[in-house]
Design a protein around this ligand. Structure first.
Ligand SMILES: Nc1ncnc2c1ncn2[C@@H]1O[C@H](COP(=O)(O)OP(=O)(O)OP(=O)(O)O)[C@@H](O)[C@H]1O
Ligand SMILES: [Mg+2]
Length: 324
């Protein structure tokens, strides 16, 4: 998928691997778009066609400002393609996408100022160490030289790479490259972060730290658009989710609503004596009643009571395993 965009594409030198040239050229629109809208990302009838394949198929969805919005879907669902359009790296075949009112394919410069993009793969930047890599992108965002050292230092610290400042990017582990990519996306303190599978390749501790960091960034008022296959993590993290399959939107809305879905939930109960039993419940009320019955009527010591209502179940119900 696409590499990272550079904010003022025409104002910086090409990257070491020449990877900055997106399919979309930055326009020279002077007027910054209004950033007071309550909708951070507004996608309407977005379609991206490759040959006879609809990678994104008439997608319409809105990402509320300040939300942590999860895009989930099987391999090939169109998540990265959608992100690449929003990140100014790819032109849609039809339909529109707006980032705080600005169209990525018409006003790339404005979008790049407001948006930080962490792609699913990090381009190769042979010859640069981690600190110089961030410094290079900081210069692209026209951050003055005197401020760059402190900025890159604090970003490396934020993603726990301060010990690797002088290590060549090509010599970083996969998870470290992911973290460096996240630091790069944050360099210009964007209002919107687009994170394509940010947790992939991260060890458990780094995943938990990433989740905390995303929450922290959302707490600062940023809008986060994130894709992942680790649904249990998105469940805890995201305020809203959209489920995509074969380029089409299957469901979207607040995470709780999508997770609750309809139909029976399987409830797994573990008792203090080590016994493990499963029950079914059709609603929250039935779950409450089940718990009451077990404890009050039956006098059993319940150690853990877990319903499988969640994104995984919604995902399995709403997708059919279509591969195009
Ligand atoms: N440059 C391209 N040329 C042709 N087809 C493409 C191109 N990029 C993506 N596709 C196709 O578009 C569809 C959507 O791909 P995309 O990468 O957006 O999926 P995804 O949801 O991000 O999947 P994953 O979970 O595997 O990352 C796939 O069928 C893919 O093969
Ligand atoms: Mg992808």
């Amino acid at each position: 998928m696409a590499d990272q965009p550079i904010p003022d594409a025409e104002s910086v030198e090409p990257t070491p691997d020449g990877a900055t040239t997106g399919e979309v050229q930055a326009s020279r629109t002077k007027e910054p778009p209004a950033a007071h809208t309550e909708i951070a990302v507004d996608i309407a009838n977005l379609t991206k066609v490759y040959g006879d394949l609809n990678a994104v198929d008439d997608l319409t969805l809105q990402v509320p400002r300040g939300s942590i919005y999860g895009l989930i879907g099987p391999n090939g669902a169109g998540k990265s393609t959608t992100f690449a359009v929003l990140a100014t790296m790819l032109k849609p075949t039809s339909g529109t996408a707006k980032v705080f009112g600005a169209d990525p394919s018409k006003d790339a410069k404005a979008v790049r100022r407001m948006m930080g993009y962490m792609p699913d793969v990090l381009g190769l930047y042979d010859g640069l160490d981690a600190a110089s890599y961030l410094d290079f992108f900081a210069s692209g965002y026209r951050i003055p030289r005197r401020k760059r050292k402190e900025l890159t230092g604090s970003l490396l610290e934020l993603v726990d790479l301060d010990g690797k400042a002088k290590t060549q990017v090509s010599q970083l582990s996969r998870g470290m490259k992911q973290r460096l990519s996240l630091a790069r996306a944050l360099i210009h303190d964007p209002e919107l972060l687009i994170l394509d599978e940010p947790a992939s390749g991260l060890d458990p501790r780094a995943r938990i730290e990433l989740r905390d960091l995303i929450r922290q960034l959302a707490g600062m008022g940023k809008t986060i658009l994130v894709s992942s296959h680790i649904l249990s993590e998105l469940q805890d993290l995201c305020t809203d989710v959209a489920i995509l399959e074969a380029g089409k939107l299957r469901a979207n809305g607040p995470t709780e609503t999508i997770s609750a879905g309809s139909g029976e939930r399987v409830v797994t109960v573990i008792f203090a004596d080590g016994a493990r039993e499963t029950f079914t419940a059709a609603s929250d009320d039935e779950q409450v009643e089940l718990l009451r019955r077990l404890i009050v009527d039956d006098g059993r010591a319940v150690l853990s009571f877990r319903s499988d209502a969640g994104l995984e179940r919604a995902f399995m119900t709403m997708t059919e395993g279509i591969v195009q």
